[in-house]
Design a protein around this ligand. Structure first.
Ligand code: NAP
Length: 463
């Protein structure tokens, strides 16, 4: 059937999953679409801007692909517009035939141990937002006058925060790291970072390039006790079973090899530990002073996975800061179904479903971490968003989405204008972008970010 109307799609969130969804929609020709992308911040790109570590500038160039999407006919950007504060589900449903939630996973998981809320026990994601100049975290203070830091978890976020704490800060000078973070890291007295994995080397969540980077980090020795990287019988069986990924095999190889190398006597140390779980964080005067670790052993679950179990053997290590890097968690959105356990929007292949009836809720979709939880790398989102868009198009072709009254492309503009929301369009973002690059130039940095929303809005007013 030929389409006589344009399908209006609202994408909530402008990170990789949102942009890949926009690209999939705008690069197809079977259904005419108009894509409006809403972003809570004045700036787009989600974790590419606020999550990817500043020493990974090459990874950030993925935003050039998103820039191309933003130039496509049919794309509009609505920055500084927050779902649940400035716009609400019933309003958007009147204007758009489809809403795609690309809101990521904003919060962090808890460990559920005593002392977790002491001063100096902080989600690693807060530290990430802080050094990246994210407006939600730029006001935070981190006490880097401490000598030893525990990083709990060994995923890639743990790798990032460990690297930023351990690298010689001169290597960050030309990046887009927030100015205040660079100054603070230059004054840092941190000498040792404990990287704590609750399972063994063969189950580590980090990927090969990230652990290699730590092995070769300028200004820091990676200390791997050869005993820590010996494989227990279950891991040995797993690695030789054919079920193990090449990444896991390589991780084992990289660290076993590294454990045999001479240390270079660098000024900082990263100590890698496996099979240990924090069981309590101790404090002095309300501040973190030590972490208690329990030695674990692995056991096999019914599904074949290897899980950690405490052995009752404990040790206590003095630390002044504990960065909890045990995973992100999505937060609920007003009027949108939410699964508390996974922190995601319940969905079937991207179609949002009612938690009660399990039936799809017409016109609502999810992509990225909001859809599948906080897993995968940036590129994982491309096929994932495309798969959801296929469902949107399928529903449009079967007339599921045509039942809503036809709306006008200006309806959203009037709605936001009536609410006096200061909306930033893509051209506004490009002005912020140029100013940041310009501000960075004089300091030899790739950009100097604005780190608060008022600063961004103020800078725009003077353009
Ligand atoms: P992650 O990869 O899921 O790692 C979480 C880590 O926390 C795992 O080591 C996990 O151990 C551990 N953990 C969970 N609960 C724990 C507990 N109660 N006590 C102790 N340890 C616990 O998550 P992430 O590091 O936040 O990264 C999120 C996603 O972003 C990942 O897909 C990651 O690859 C990606 N990312 C990629 C890059 C990059 O490409 N450079 C950078 C940053 C993030 P178990 O394995 O035992 O559960």
């Amino acid at each position: 059937m030929a389409f006589v109307y344009t399908l209006r799609v609202a994408i909530l969130g402008s990170g990789p999953s949102g942009f890949y969804a926009a690209e999939s929609l705008l690069s197809q020709t079977s259904v005419p679409v108009q894509v409006d992308m809403f972003e809570r911040l004045p700036t787009p790109f989600g974790l590419v801007r606020g999550g990817v570590a500043p020493d990974h500038q090459k990874i950030k160039t993925v935003s050039l692909i998103y820039e191309k999407t933003a130039q496509r006919t049919g794309f509009r950007f609505f920055g500084n517009v927050e779902f649940g504060k400035d716009v609400f589900l019933p309003e958007l449903k009147k204007i758009y035939g489809a809403l795609i939630f690309a809101v990521g996973a904003k919060s962090d998981r808890k460990m559920g141990i005593p002392g977790e809320n002491l001063n100096g026990s902080v989600p690693a994601t807060d530290f990430v937002g802080w050094y990246n100049g994210h407006p939600d975290y730029s006001h935070l203070k981190f006490d880097l006058s401490v000598e030893r830091v525990a990083v709990v978890g060994n995923g890639n976020v743990a790798m990032d925060v460990t690297r930023i704490l351990a690298v010689d800060p001169r290597h960050l000078e030309q990046t887009d790291i927030a100015g205040y973070a660079l100054e603070s890291l230059k004054k840092s007295r941190v000498k040792e970072i404990l990287l704590l994995g609750r399972r063994g080397i063969a189950q580590a969540a980090f990927t090969n390039p990230e652990i290699r980077e730590l092995c070769e980090l300028p200004g820091s020795d990676l200390i791997v006790d050869p005993n820590e990287v010996q494989l227990d019988p279950l891991s040995q069986e797993f690695l030789s079973s054919g079920q193990a990924s090449n990444a896991a095999k390589n991780n084992v190889q990289i660290l076993q090899n590294h454990s045999k190398l001479q240390l270079k006597n660098q000024s900082k140390k990263i100590v890698v530990r496996f099979l240990v779980s924090p069981t309590e964080i101790f404090g002095q005067d309300g501040n973190v002073s030590a972490v208690q670790l329990e030695k674990n052993r692995l056991y096999k679950e019914k599904d074949g996975s290897l899980r950690p179990k405490g052995t009752g053997q404990y040790e206590t290590l003095p630390v002044g800061l504990a960065l909890r890097s045990v995973g992100y968690k999505g937060l609920p959105l007003q009027d949108v179904p939410y699964d508390e356990k996974s922190g995601t929007i319940p969905n079937l292949s991207g179609r949002v479903i009612s938690p009660e009836t399990k039936s799809p809720l017409t016109g609502l979709y999810a992509v990225g971490w909001a859809k599948r939880g906080p897993s995968g790398v940036i590129g994982t989102n491309k096929p994932d968003s495309h798969a959801t868009v296929e469902k949107v198009l399928e529903d449009a072709r079967t007339n599921l989405l045509s039942v809503s009254p036809p709306s006008n492309a200006d309806d959203i503009l009037s709605l936001l204008q009536n609410k006096k929301v200061r909306v930033l369009n893509y051209a506004d973002w490009k002005k912020i972008d140029s100013l940041e690059i310009q501000n960075g130039k004089s300091k030899g940095k790739s950009r100097e970010k604005f780190t608060t929303i008022p600063e961004m809005l103020d800078a725009l007013s003077h353009c």
